[in-house]
Design a protein around this ligand. Structure first.
Ligand SMILES: [Zn+2]
Length: 164
């Protein structure tokens, strides 16, 4: 396969590298306990599909101070979160966020293929459609593991000549 550059020089595609691991489509469902007063905004905490928390709320969740000087304290319970706000003048207000159930969201991603460099044997992750550098020797591969030589590289102003 040959691509013609703007100046008519050719980018040369060399051999295909050995693919160690094929590219994979992955998906995973995340579950979280959702607490909200209005059903839209609120708090969510990672849990398993049965609703058991998989990590405890971070320390920053329980207490903080806003830039206005309000002190915020939050109390986590299974069925609700209570937020207690104390303003600088000592006024206290409480807000409740009832448990709305376990929600889920589907996460999908692509794990790039991994190939072995034709020249130095270094493993190269093929995540970019056109431009994946070998960290060992700087060789360049496209997503399907085809070696690409960019004659238009800004680091290579020398004219590119094919061997005859
Ligand atoms: Zn290499």
């Amino acid at each position: 396969m040959l691509h013609e550059n703007h100046d008519g020089k050719m980018a040369k595609h060399e051999g295909r590298m050995k693919i160690i691991k094929q590219r994979e489509h992955k998906q995973e469902t995340d579950y979280y306990r959702f607490y909200s007063a209005d059903g839209n905004s609120g708090f969510s905490f990672e849990c398993d599909k049965d609703g058991a928390l998989t990590s405890s709320p971070s320390a920053g969740f329980f207490g903080s101070t806003t830039s206005d000087g309000d002190e915020i304290e939050r109390v986590y319970e299974n069925q609700k979160i209570t937020m207690i706000i104390t303003s600088p003048n000592g006024e206290i207000s409480t807000h409740e966020f009832p448990f709305q159930g376990v929600r889920s969201s589907l996460r999908t991603w692509i794990e790039p293929a991994i190939g072995r460099c034709n020249h130095c044997g270094t493993r190269v992750h093929l995540h970019d459609p056109l431009d994946n550098d070998c960290e060992g020797c700087g060789a360049n591969y496209n997503m399907s593991g085809q070696e690409v030589r960019h004659s238009m590289s800004p680091f290579n102003d020398e004219p590119y000549y094919d061997d005859y």
